[in-house]
Ligand binder design. Structure first.
Ligand code: PEP
Ligand code: MN
Length: 375
């Protein structure tokens, strides 16, 4: 059960202590108090863990400071919506709001290669007012002989250019605690010139120690990429590892499934699951058309397959699009063949603006025309 406190009630207040005391009177029940910095408000929630099946909700609902008591399903305790009872609150990081109501395009380099390419990329983003990007410094590659990323040596110039071009959030994959420490150090050295969202790559979707580690730190939010060969349920449980360790600031990213059934695409596009994620969880949902499609296939309608699948995610309500761009793909040290060119940035962004607008109009139509349960 989750006891949601009223907006003005803080975690250290007497009202929360009363709830904890009452809850722990029931045998086998333990509590955990969580403060969630939401996009529109902060929330304090008391989680009742253990044998809560016979604990009644009414005594809690009658207490001062309590907004409501939500009986949760056994699944997805921390990230779940619980049949719509829990709000999808989202979060604000470094001035940027991420929630199920917001939309951000995150175009950027698959891997950082040279300072010149970083600067060209960020300059282009600034010209379109884009403050969210991606940039890999630690690249876990299939072969040990392939480029593994520049690691911490590229962070100083990456963050400096980010500050110069008003980039506020960089999604960056990490595979080890030392990477997080190096990022935090470099951010500090840069005078917090920008922000980093820690990316958990598909290959590490069930690296439970890594998930707990990024969950135990609360400085940086997490962009979790769905495991390529596991069920959605298993990926959601992986996010539970992050959230139950303390960090609720998670964006869930679909990136396609590994199977030849999706050929010629690199992965089988799974963006039909955007609405499923929005319904089951409180998390903002992002899609990655680049790692799904894997190549610059183009149709005679002038649109690339990457445009089409990105649009499929956005028309279904995705809150973000993580996409590979490169000023000179032939120079890219990783995933050049799937990178879009900076000259294609305006088209990509405007195309998705159209689709996002259509999605919002669809939701409006649904609100206006769907028969209401109480009508
Ligand atoms: C990436 O985004 O650079 C990446 C490696 O993605 P994934 O983990 O989805 O393969
Ligand atoms: Mn890549």
């Amino acid at each position: 059960m989750i006891i949601v406190m009223r907006g003005d009630v803080t975690a250290d207040s007497a009202a929360v202590q009363d709830v904890v005391r009452l809850a722990e009177r029931y045998p086998g029940v333990k509590t955990q108090v969580r403060s969630i910095e939401g996009a529109t408000r902060s929330l304090t929630e008391v989680y009742l863990l253990g044998s809560t099946a016979t604990v009644p909700s009414e005594p809690f609902e009658e207490m001062t400071g309590v907004e409501r008591a939500i009986r949760i399903r056994a699944k997805y305790r921390a990230i779940g919506r619980h049949e719509g009872a829990a709000e999808a609150i989202g979060f604000v990081y470094n001035g940027v709001e991420f929630s199920q109501n917001t939309f951000h395009v995150m175009p950027g380099l698959c891997a950082v290669d040279t300072p010149k390419n970083v600067e060209e990329m960020f300059r282009a983003l600034k010209s379109f007012g884009i403050q969210t990007t991606r940039a890999g410094a630690y690249k876990p590659r299939t072969s040990p002989y392939e480029f593994q990323g520049h690691g911490k040596s590229c962070l100083p110039y990456l963050f400096e250019y980010a500050g110069k071009y008003d980039i506020r959030v960089i999604a960056m994959e990490v595979t080890h605690e030392s990477h997080v420490l190096e990022i935090l150090d470099a951010l500090e050295m840069s005078g917090q010139a920008t922000g980093v969202m820690l990316q958990i790559g598909t290959r590490n979707a069930q690296n439970f120690e890594l998930l707990k580690m990024v969950g135990q730190q609360e400085r940086l939010p997490v962009l979790f990429k769905r495991g390529m060969g596991i069920t959605l349920d298993e990926s959601l449980n992986a996010c539970e590892y992050i959230a139950s360790s303390g960090n609720h600031r998670i964006v869930f990213c679909l990136r396609g499934m590994k199977t030849n059934l999706g050929d010629p695409h690199r992965n089988f596009v799974d963006f039909a699951q955007v609405p499923v994620l929005r319904r089951l969880t409180r998390l903002p949902v992002c899609v990655d058309p680049s790692h799904s499609v894997g190549k610059r296939f183009v149709g005679d309608d002038g649109l690339l397959d990457i445009h089409h699948v990105a649009a499929q995610g956005v028309i279904a309500g995705a809150n973000g699009v993580l996409v590979d761009f490169h000023p000179h793909p032939e120079e890219a040290l990783c995933d050049g063949p799937q990178a879009l060119l900076l000259t294609e940035l305006e088209h990509f962004v405007r195309d998705l603006e159209l689709v996002r607008k259509a999605y919002l109009e669809r939701t409006e139509l649904a609100r206006n025309l769907l028969p209401r349960a109480d009508a």
